[in-house]
Design a protein around this ligand. Structure first.
Ligand code: HEM
Length: 136
């Protein structure tokens, strides 16, 4: 069980690296006008987004394995699963925003992206407190 938990934490951490960095690229991308620089951001965002998908899948697979394979559960876990659903929605919405940038349809400002970038931070705090402290 400890190997599964270790792998769960490794892939959760790696997934979050992408969830923190991709919106930060959007912040900078929304501030530039130069076409060459914009294209550079598009390549970086695309590569990072493709890299994040297997990390998200593995984080969730090992989490499900801990839950369904070892029977670890509780109200804390059900609450955490709601947050995880929010993270998956956030991940997929980043994909939509990335495609908007690529097709020149982005309408959001760098300030909007700065606030958007804070959402995974709040979810991380809540999810880790739920799973470690298990308040309910
Ligand atoms: C479908 C998704 C997920 C499921 C089913 C899941 C389930 C679990 C379970 C059952 C444990 C073991 C808890 C224990 O041993 O007391 C665990 C540990 C953990 N999970 Fe998740 N998890 C998921 C996603 C996540 C995400 C997205 C995060 C990060 C925000 C996360 C962070 C952690 C951490 C830090 C631990 C280790 C806690 C400890 O060792 O006390 N998990 N997870």
């Amino acid at each position: 069980m400890l190997w599964v938990k270790a792998l769960h934490i490794i892939f959760v951490t790696s997934w979050f690296a992408g969830l923190f960095y991709l919106p930060r690229l959007f912040v900078n991308h929304a501030m530039v006008q130069d076409k060459t620089v914009k294209e550079h951001f598009e390549i970086m965002e695309h590569k990072l987004y493709n890299f994040m998908l297997p990390l998200a899948v593995l984080a969730i697979v090992f989490g499900l394995w801990l839950w369904l394979g070892f029977g670890i559960t509780g109200i804390w876990l059900h609450t955490k699963l709601v947050l995880v659903a929010g993270l998956v929605a956030y991940h997929l919405y980043c994909g939509k925003l990335m495609r908007d940038f690529k097709s020149g349809k982005n309408t959001r400002s760098h300030i909007w992206y700065r606030w958007f970038n804070e959402i995974p931070v709040l979810i991380l705090f809540a999810a880790v407190i739920l799973v470690v402290v298990k308040p309910f």
